[in-house]
Write a protein that binds this ligand. Structure first.
Ligand code: SAH
Length: 216
């Protein structure tokens, strides 16, 4: 088994192990295919490359992390991404989740608060050859209104509450996946679904541990 096969097997077994909480015992094949296609080793610092395909988070500097592959796959699956979708990511970090989404949708907008991470991820994504991504350095707490509304919004840092601006920037039928809770305390991955009438429903999916969303 090569490194990527092992990472995919680890994701699949963690999905199965957590099936009662996450309400599914497998993820969409196209999500798994995207996880297989994105070279995670290109998104981690050189000294951590030996661990690039481990099913765990890794440090990317600036006290931030590239998320665990299982969590990236699960959050992607929770958005139910379609090839015609336009999605927003808050928290570009390494750009890994951005790349996974870019394989699955029409356009990904991604915002990162820390300038050095934003610039490094933008250069990395361009050099690997992803063309349907637009990034910016900035605070994503209030979303990116210019390109709203979005079919899906994914937040990869924990907020104390669901930001109203992000819910407003969802299309009818759209979904927001966001970890809610205080750092070091209980956090839950939540999914907000907006129906065709614009009414929202919030579901808790799983206990998680994310870095905090800044300017929350
Ligand atoms: N998706 C990333 C996860 C990075 S960790 C990856 O797979 O690599 C979360 C990121 O969110 C950090 O880089 C952090 O700087 C960023 N972040 C935190 N608060 C933010 C905010 N308000 N706006 C934009 N980015 C934010």
């Amino acid at each position: 088994m090569n490194d990527i096969d092992k990472m995919i097997a680890d994701i699949n077994s963690e999905v199965f192990y957590t099936r009662k909480m996450i309400g599914r015992d497998s993820l969409a094949k196209r999500v798994i295919d995207a996880m297989r296609a994105v070279p995670r080793d290109k998104f981690v610092p050189d000294n951590l490359k030996p661990f690039a395909f481990d099913n765990g988070p890794l440090s990317i500097g600036h006290a931030q992390t590239i998320s665990q592959p299982y969590i990236v796959a699960l959050m992607t699956d929770l958005l139910n991404p379609d090839k015609n979708d336009v999605v927003l990511e808050v928290g570009t970090g390494s750009g890994y989740q951005t790349a996974v989404l870019s394989c699955l949708v029409k356009k990904v907008y991604s915002m990162e608060f820390i300038e050095e991470l934003s610039e490094a991820a933008t250069a990395r994504l361009k050099s690997i050859g992803y063309h349907n991504i637009e990034t910016c350095t900035g605070n994503g707490h209030n979303g990116w209104p210019e390109y709203a509304p979005y079919d899906g919004i994914i937040v990869t840092a924990a907020a104390s509450h669901i930001p109203e601006a992000l819910v407003e920037q969802l299309k009818p039928g759209g979904r927001l996946a966001i970890p809610i809770g205080l750092p070091g305390f209980h956090q839950e991955l939540m999914v907000v679904e907006k129906d065709q009438k614009g009414e929202t429903q919030v579901n808790s999916v799983l206990d998680v541990a994310f870095v905090p969303l800044v300017n929350d």
